[in-house]
Design a protein around this ligand. Sequence first.
Ligand code: SDX
Length: 431
Amino acid sequence: MADSNKTATLTFDNKSFELPMHSPTAGPDVIDIGKLYGQADVFTFDPGFTSTAACASTITFIDGDKGELLHRGYPIDQLAEKSHFLEVCYLLLYGELPTAEQLEDFENRVTLHTMLHEQMTYFYRGFRRDAHPMAVMVGVVGAMSAFYHDSTDINDPWQREVASIRLIAKMPTIAAWAYKYHIGQPFVYPRNDLDYASNFLRMCFSVPAEEYEVNPILSRAMDRIFTLHADHEQNASTSTVRLASSSGANPFACIAAGIACLWGPAHGGANQACLEMLREIGTPDRIPEFIERAKDRNDPFRLMGFGHRVYKNFDPRAKVMKQSADEVLELLGIEDNPTLQTAKELEKIALEDDYFIDKKLYPNVDFYSGIILDAMGFPTSMFTPIFALARTVGWVAQWKEQLSDPAHKIGRPRQLYTGKTFRDYVEVENR
Ligand code: SDX
């Protein structure tokens, strides 16, 4: 973070305060208000953090106007096309693309941590079978701190590294077992001879009664979906992980907090909500009805998979996801999938509508992902667990970055208080 030679002047009540500024390597300058309250006895007010940088970071940069997403400087469309998820994990965690030897070592370390403590199989059995898989993931990941005590000390760099690898390696097993438990099928153990995405697909879809061959088309599509969801700057769930970590909470508790936040339909839960919306629309002739509902300020309905706090142009991930949806469904021979046709028609109509144009609402990462996951055979209840599986590396990378900053402190926002001022207690007989 470069200190800028610029300063900002805040003037009110005939008083002026000079505030330092910092210059980024990309994006807007920031005004440092860390000492404002002490100097001027005022707070700033930004409930949705629309204009607030909560931290300095070197991991991911988003330019919402250009529709640009960079991971350690590399654009997401190039990573999605030329890289693969575990290589992107290495890049996010360590800052550089790995050499062939570094990549092999990293992939081996991940592969050797994919199994869960056998006692955790009993932890799953405490849930009802119809529990939402996200509820299971929040519980199981949080419970990891009760099974992996030797990687909970956040002040030990080695334990931080072990916890990072364990979380990335075990999340596919945890998510797959949440699915198997949900559908009443036996858990399938990971295999060391399979790549990350193939292992996940096999743990989800194979059964002991017959051999299972991973479809390479689906495995490549799954790996690309993981890459597209890996990290995304200071989104709500990443900010949740950072805030939880600021109190010194163990890594498993912090990631469980991130999973809980991601579940919301305004965030990671949108992929499930979007496919359910597309199914409710059913056929393109019903699209105008839903467009009108989305525009009606008195109707809480929103077009799921549309809009974004940062992207005011296209979401580059949505472009790649749309291309992948076309490829996967064509290769599977279901290119005339009615849900995909409805999605494309909805996108076309919405992007020609003044409401969406004026409010800069475009398809986001969740708009097409559900169509691919549905074609792969996943129920909508598994869409957000898959998002959580992929985002774990982003959460972990951001968690490690925050802990490596010696200046980091507990996050403790203040408030604009609008409640009752001081008043004495009134006995019940006098009320
Ligand atoms: C993710 O932050 C991240 O990076 C998240 C994410 C990641 O990778 O981590 O990218 C993943 O969460 C993607 C977003 C998935 N959510 C959805 O698809 C749900 C539908 N979208 C919206 O709820 C909304 O667009 C948000 C939550 C995504 C963004 O909301 P903002 O930035 O707070 O914007 P807003 O709610 O203030 O909307 C601005 C205007 C409003 O109208 P006015 O009050 O100004 O009249 O646009 C309208 C909104 O009503 N609007 C929509 C809309 N999204 C915004 N109207 C209809 N349909 C929508 N989808």
